[in-house]
Design a protein around this ligand. Structure first.
Ligand code: MRU
Length: 363
């Protein structure tokens, strides 16, 4: 996707030095476009943990790059196997909910341990494969999802289709295209009239900061709303469909996504509004049969709730939002039970959120 007319991925190898990974530092957007350099396993671990890089597909790919960098770091030294296993465990501990991360690290570790002597080369090949899979999957999600928007547009005689989204499940959360936003970009590029309601997504404001930035760069009309507004819009016929992303989806179709997604699904159900989840199969955890009971929910620092971050006099500043003694609680994700979900938009097509339908697409 483009920023100020220039094509970007969210992460890449530095030109002229393929031992260094570069990525867009999302903690500075939309105020500053900053590129961060990742040169060690610790750099990648901290970038993921502190959310310079975030979004399920992106943290999977970033962790894969972390394994590649670790292979470079430990190559030719004593205890390679022990060290690379340690790097895998560290990267996997950075964020617990998005399953893409653990999957990518396990695949990388497996390949690296199998390759005797050419660990670095093999690791790089595997990262590229994982990255390419995520890009292609998002493109396909766009191709399948656009049909749903097209249908609504026809039913509205070409009038604007209003889509509500939560958090940032856009290209910044992936490598390119996005998941929830891929169908929107595809529709916009086809000349279908679309408008996006962007939930601000407290406490980190991924909607207000990142989704708004992305849509604006692509020229898609959007409006940022406070997180409490969606229900009111739905009751008043101002939302035609909801599309969100997923950090982990269980085989029974339960979806973990950014905190607040569940409330949007309830409001959509009450107002007969289709509620879709767009996700690559790298976000499906086939080992989990009941999302509500089994998906781990990340709890982050209470300071993210206690303080709000914004742009003031040319700097990104934090301000206290409540009393300085306030106790705050910060669950980063919630589970939307399958019964509230109309369908899953995947790289293999659209399916119902249940075991039979999911396994039919992904045998
Ligand atoms: O905490 P974040 O910003 O990493 O959470 C991201 C989300 O919840 C996204 O909606 C999800 O990862 C899907 S991204 C394509």
């Amino acid at each position: 996707m483009k920023i100020n007319g220039k094509h970007y991925h969210t992460i890449w190898l530095k030109e002229g030095n393929d031992k260094i990974v570069q990525a867009i530092d999302q903690s500075c957007l939309p105020f500053e476009l900053k590129v961060v350099e990742l040169k060690s396993c610790d750099d990648v671990y901290l970038a993921i943990k502190n959310m310079l890089l975030r979004g399920a597909p992106l943290i999977g790919v970033a962790a894969a790059y972390g394994m590649y960098i670790s292979a470079i770091e430990f190559y030719g030294k004593n205890n390679f196997e022990e060290n690379i296993k340690g790097a895998a465990a560290k990267l996997k501990s950075s964020r617990p909910t998005a399953v893409n991360l653990a999957f990518a690290v396990d695949k990388m570790l497996d390949e690296i341990l199998k390759s005797k002597g050419n660990e670095i080369e093999v690791a790089l090949k595997k990262v590229k494969e994982i990255e390419e899979f995520e890009i292609e999957s998002c493109k396909k999600i766009g191709e399948y999802g656009v049909k749903l928007i097209e249908e609504i547009s026809k039913n509205k005689n070409g009038e604007t289709v209003n889509i509500l989204t939560h958090c940032n499940a856009g290209w910044l959360a992936c490598i390119d295209y996005g998941t929830a936003t891929a169908p929107v970009y595809a529709a916009f590029d086809k000349g279908i009239k679309v408008h996006v309601w962007v939930d601000e997504t407290r406490p980190k404001n991924q909607g207000a900061r990142l989704t708004a930035f992305e849509l604006e760069q692509h020229g898609v009309p959007y409006t940022v709303i406070s997180d409490n507004t969606g229900g009111h819009l739905m009751q008043n016929g101002m939302v035609d469909m909801v599309i969100v992303g997923s950090d982990r989806t269980a085989v029974n179709g339960d979806v973990a996504n950014k905190i607040g997604t569940y409330l949007k699904a309830l409001a959509a159900k009450d107002n007969n509004i289709p509620f879709y989840v767009a996700l690559p199969s790298s976000s499906i955890d086939f080992s989990i049969s009941d999302g509500l009971k089994q998906i781990p929910i990340e709890e982050r620092s209470e300071d993210e709730v206690k303080y709000v971050e914004g742009f003031l006099n040319g700097n990104i500043e934090k301000m206290l939002l409540t009393t300085d003694k306030a106790k705050c609680l910060n669950y980063a994700f919630d589970i939307t039970p399958a019964k509230y979900i109309t369908g899953l938009i995947t790289e293999k097509g659209i399916c119902k959120p249940n075991k039979k339908s999911i396994l039919k697409l992904f045998k």
